[in-house]
Design a protein around this ligand. Structure first.
Ligand SMILES: Nc1nc2c(ncn2[C@@H]2O[C@H](COP(=O)(O)OP(=O)(O)OP(=O)(O)O)[C@@H](O)[C@H]2O)c(=O)[nH]1
Ligand SMILES: [Mg+2]
Length: 383
């Protein structure tokens, strides 16, 4: 299993993404759901066309999810029940740590937000699209609230190479209107496109006093950051750890448009291993009993040169590491984190590595489907 994206464009190059480089266009609300890169639709047939597009999207969606190598999120699991027959195994086996985003309260909040929203922004982490896209949410809306507009926000595109973002954009935009996004106060990307889309929804519902836009998604994907970027203000608390947003709140975008920040929800953790949960950033590194266990998995999905650069170590030669244990020892020694007897504190090095991985300092991504067929592979999230 080689590192991802070997020989492809590199992450560093992507800090330069500019609006209008072909990644984003402003999806037209009334247009058909043509794949994004083809450029803007001009005819606005209105609501009927949108519905037709949504129907067509179901088909495409099924195709995408059935493809080999894609792990659909949203496999049904009996999350609600905590005892009796058929109880979800997580309730018995895993402690609370791994149940982040799955409490009944958070699910209740989630349904409330969807109920109150005219538009739902489903925020997805560009580094792990299959792992942070939620089929159950899409199904719930299609089945119970087909009149609500569901939009994908492919966030954190600054953390993946441009071609990866583009490829995922193509996949997602075939299903729903999709906006590529980098949430940031100073270097935002996609802000103009998303605002313009929301304004169109506002016009579509000119009869309403206000429209509500629910921002939902997996924990830690950047929901609160997207809102802060849109309103250019730190309205919502943001943290590099999951579970930061605990209850939902309204934020005014324009006079008639309200955004709703919501705690992250995990839908399909049934198929997720503990490794998946940690690598997706759902679990805080500091709280792990044995963070060392996750380091070998991380090293499989991050290029060696990135690891070497991050910790100031040589990537080859006699002075480099050969095993994960050696790497952790080197990092601990280098940062002076020693145990009482002078032994390197491997645990603290492991916490550092997990944190750096979750926060984007160790670049990684799940490769888009076409690449998997070529024999290249994505890494994180058990991809
Ligand atoms: N590089 C990068 N980091 C981002 C981006 N968006 C969010 N982040 C970071 O991701 C982390 C989580 O962001 P939040 O906005 O708190 O995520 P959330 O989805 O609201 O998380 P919960 O409320 O815990 O569910 C923070 O450290 C953000 O700075 C982005 O576009 N690029
Ligand atoms: Mg939040």
């Amino acid at each position: 299993a080689g590192p991802v994206g070997e020989g492809e464009g590199d992450t560093d190059a992507n800090t330069k993404k500019k609006e209008g480089d072909g990644l984003n266009y402003v999806p037209k609300v009334g247009g058909t759901a043509a794949p994004v890169p083809r450029g803007p639709e001009t005819d606005a047939d209105g609501y009927g066309a949108l519905m037709a597009a949504a129907q067509k999207s179901n088909e495409t969606y099924r195709k995408v999810n059935d493809r080999a190598g894609i792990v659909p999120w949203g496999r049904d699991s009996n999350l609600e029940r905590t005892e009796g027959e058929g109880v979800d195994w997580r309730h018995a086996k895993k402690d609370d740590l791994f149940l982040k985003g799955q409490s009944k309260r958070i699910w209740g909040e989630f349904y409330k937000v969807v109920d109150c929203s005219d538009v739902v922004l489903h925020v997805i982490d560009a580094r792990n699209v299959p792992g942070t896209r939620c089929a159950a949410i899409e199904r719930h809306i299609a089945k119970n609230a087909p009149h609500k507009h569901l939009v994908f926000v492919l966030n954190k595109i600054d953390l993946v190479p441009n071609w990866v973002a583009k490829r995922w954009m193509g996949e997602l935009a075939a299903v729903r209107p999709t906006v590529a996004f980098h949430a940031s106060m100073s270097h935002a990307f996609g802000k103009g496109a998303l605002i313009s889309l929301l304004r169109q929804f506002g016009k579509l519902h000119a009869d309403k006093r206000q429209i509500s836009v629910g921002v939902i998604g997996y924990p830690n994907v950047g929901k609160s950051s997207v809102i802060n970027t849109l309103v250019s203000k730190k309205s919502c608390r943001v943290a590099p750890v999951p579970g930061e947003t605990k209850i939902w709140q309204y934020i005014t975008l324009f006079k008639r448009i309200y955004l709703i920040d919501c705690p992250g929800v995990v839908v399909d953790a049934a198929g997720d291993t503990e490794v998946d949960s940690v690598l997706k950033g759902v679990v805080r590194a500091e709280r792990l009993e044995c963070p060392e266990e996750f380091v070998p998995h991380i090293l499989k999905t991050v290029k060696r040169e990135h690891v070497a650069a991050q910790y100031g170590l040589p990537k080859d030669g006699d002075e480099t590491w050969t095993t994960p244990e050696e790497l952790m020892e080197m990092i601990a020694l280098k940062s002076g984190r020693l145990l009482k007897g002078g032994e390197p504190c491997v645990r603290s090095a492991a916490v550092t590595i997990v944190n750096d991985y979750q926060r984007g300092k160790l670049p990684h991504y799940v490769a888009p489907p076409e690449l998997k067929e070529d024999g290249k592979r994505g890494g994180a999230g058990g991809g």
